[in-house]
Design a protein around this ligand. Structure first.
Ligand code: FMN
Length: 315
C-alpha cells in the first residue's frame, strides 16, 4: 500500500486539510489513530500559527501533512517558509499557481500533493512534477471546483496516470472508502467526516448544525467568499451548508463584494459561530454525520473498509 510505505499509516485515510477545523490537535489525533492528519492553513493565519500548530501536530511523533492554498502563498510567502521549516511528510498545494513551489518542497524530502477538480487540472499537476494527485469531486466540502463528481473524475484520472491517486469528495464511511480503493485509488482524502470530532476546532453551534444537516443541505458558490473578502479567486467556489445569508446573496455576489454592512454582518456571524450567517463548509457526506465523535472512532469506522472489499469480491 503506497500510503503505508510512504507514511506508515494503517488505515488508507488522509485527514484532509480543513482551514478553521484541522489544527494541530485534530491532525495529531488522526495520525495517532492510524491515518495521516493534515493541518489546514487558511489564508488569514500567521506563519506563527502554522509553526505552533505544526509543533502540536508533530508532538505525537507520527508523520503529518499541511495544506496550503497556492493563491494565498503568492500573497504570503511566509506560509511556505514556515512549512519548509517544519518539514512535514506531506504538503498539498491546490487552488492557484502552485507549480513554482513544488520543487522547493520536494528538495526538503516533502511529498507534494495537488487536488484536481478536472482531468485538465490533473494533467497540469503531472506536468508540474507533483508526487500525488487527489481526484477531488464536486460533492466535496470546502473550496474547489464544481465540475465533475468524484467517481467519474477518479476513474478518468486513474486512466491518465501511473502516479498515485487519492479520491476526495463524499467518502463518508467505510463503504465509500472500499469503493474508491477498489477503483484503484491509494486511499481516501477525507474532510467532512471529521467535522464533529472532539479534536476539531468546530465551534459548538456549528457542530450542532452539522449533525442536523442531511445530504441535500449543501450548496456550492462564492457567496461566502464575496462576503469574507479573503481573496479566493472566483474560479474556486466552496461547498457549504445552505443558510439564510447564502439565500439572501446568491446571484448577487458582485454587489455583495461592495457591501460593507453585509461584510460586517458576515464577520459577526463568523465571530459568534451563528449558523444562519457564518460559512459552514461541508460536503454531501454530511448527511452521514449524526453524532459527536473522536478521530480514533472515525478512523476505527473507516478501518472496516476491508469487510466491504471482501464482500464485493465474494459476490
Ligand atoms: C471545513 C472544510 C475546510 C476545508 N479547508 C481546506 C483548506 O484549507 N485547504 C484545502 O486544500 N482544502 C480544504 N478543504 C477541502 C478538503 O481538503 C477536501 O478536499 C474535502 O474535505 C474532501 O471532501 P469531503 O469533505 O466530502 O470529505 C476543506 C474542506 C472542508 C469540509
Amino acid at each position: 500500500m503506497w500510503l503505508t510505505e510512504k507514511f506508515g499509516v494503517s488505515v488508507p485515510v488522509v485527514g484532509a486539510p480543513m482551514a478553521h477545523v484541522s489544527g494541530g490537535r485534530l491532525t495529531a489525533a488522526i495520525s495517532a489513530a492510524g491515518g495521516l492528519g493534515m493541518l489546514g492553513a487558511g489564508s488569514a493565519v500567521s506563519a506563527d500559527w502554522i509553526r505552533t500548530e505544526g509543533a502540536v501536530a508533530a508532538a505525537g511523533g507520527r508523520p503529518y501533512g499541511v495544506g496550503l492554498m497556492a493563491w494565498s502563498v503568492q500573497d504570503r510567502p511566509e506560509h511556505l517558509d514556515a512549512v519548509l521549516e517544519l518539514k512535514p511528510a506531506l504538503v498539498s498545494l491546490s487552488f492557484g499557481d502552485y507549480a513554482p513551489y513544488v520543487g522547493r518542497l520536494q528538495k526538503e524530502g516533502i511529498v507534494v500533493a495537488m487536488q484536481a477538480g478536472t482531468v485538465a487540472d490533473a494533467r497540469e499537476a503531472i506536468d508540474s512534477g507533483v508526487d500525488l494527485i487527489v481526484a477531488r469531486g464536486a460533492e466535496a466540502g470546502g473550496h474547489g471546483r464544481n465540475a465533475v463528481a468524484t467517481l467519474p473524475l477518479l476513474q478518468a484520472i486513474l486512466d491518465l496516470t501511473d502516479l498515485p491517486v487519492m479520491a476526495a469528495g463524499g467518502i463518508s464511511g467505510p463503504r465509500g472508502l472500499a469503493a474508491v480503493l477498489a477503483a484503484g485509488a491509494v486511499g481516501g482524502w477525507i474532510g467532512t467526516a471529521f467535522l464533529t470530532c472532539a479534536e476539531a476546532m468546530t465551534p459548538e453551534p456549528v457542530l450542532r448544525r452539522v449533525i442536523e444537516a442531511d445530504e441535500t443541505d449543501t450548496v456550492y458558490g462564492t457567496v461566502f467568499d464575496a462576503a469574507s473578502r479573503a481573496g479566493w479567486p472566483d474560479e474556486f467556489g466552496g461547498r457549504a451548508l445552505r443558510n439564510a445569508f447564502f439565500d439572501t446573496w446568491e446571484g448577487h455576489e458582485e454587489e455583495l463584494k461592495t457591501k460593507d454592512d453585509a461584510h460586517a454582518d458576515y464577520l459577526e456571524g463568523v465571530r459568534t459561530a451563528d449558523p444562519a450567517r457564518t460559512s459552514i463548509y461541508a460536503g454531501q457526506g454530511v448527511g452521514a454525520l449524526t453524532s459527536r465523535s473522536t478521530a480514533a472512532e472515525v478512523l476505527g469506522s473507516f478501518a472496516a473498509y476491508r469487510t466491504y472489499l471482501q464482500a464485493a469480491v465474494e459476490q
